[in-house]
Design a protein around this ligand. Sequence first.
Ligand SMILES: O=C(O)CCC(=O)C(=O)O
Length: 288
Amino acid sequence: MTELPNAPIPARAPDAPSRVGARVECDGYAIVSDLFDAATCARLVQQVDEIEREHAIPFGQNDFEGFRTRRIFNLIARGPLFRALVVDETLLSLVEAILGEGFLLSGTTSMHIGPGETDQLLHPDDGMVTLPRPHSATMVTVLCALSDFRAENGGTRLIPRSHRDPAIMPSPESQTKAIRAEMPAGSILVLNASTFHGGGANTTADEHRYGLSIQFVAGWCRQQQNLMLGTPRELVATYPRRLQELIGYSIFRGVMGHVNREHPLRLLGTDVETKMVWDEIGPGEGDD
Ligand SMILES: O=C(O)CCC(=O)C(=O)O
């Protein structure tokens, strides 16, 4: 059976990673249903509201961030619930199907779009990557719907297959092909970060759209948010091991990320063996 390009893929389907990988490769995006349950979404919305209140998080001050949208960055440093979300095994298996092993967390941000917000500029999230487009996926953006994403309340807009567009920004003609990623709370929109997308206008009188962006990059890329510096080491020491690795306490392909030839996890007091790629080279193998 041929599926509609945007038909949701059930998160717990055994073949979800390969289907999401194939869909993102072809269309630049996939919608995945039922990753989180209603209770988790409600608790996350409550936490976003609390942090916004406690820290008086302001609206954006420019057309890109929106004048009716509030963002909180580095969510993983703000509570264990956000950390649990990022290390969800199903979520990570979907990302691995696109970026391969050894990918890193690049950032976590809430995007709370209030009534009266206008369409955000359509853009790729990997615009700072200097490789000529199209290129293989270096970054994945996962937009989590904590409340229903609808056409009227700010559901994300995107241009299918635009990850293959050689242009850095969408032309007026390609913008006419934008669609809305409508999805119920608990779903995620998985994007190849080269895909043109943006938050939608919220034309409702009183509906708030709560979304979280969890971004990942290939293990050889620089992360967008500086998670190593953005989190005190004592706090990182309390994170699950997988999350420590994802923020950068890991070594990619036996080379990238070491600290004085030691595994970075040792800085957190973890007794881990340092295996550098050079250790694989036997004596005499480097000789001419
Ligand atoms: O909130 C959304 O739906 C997307 C926001 C976005 O793409 C961004 O701020 O870069």
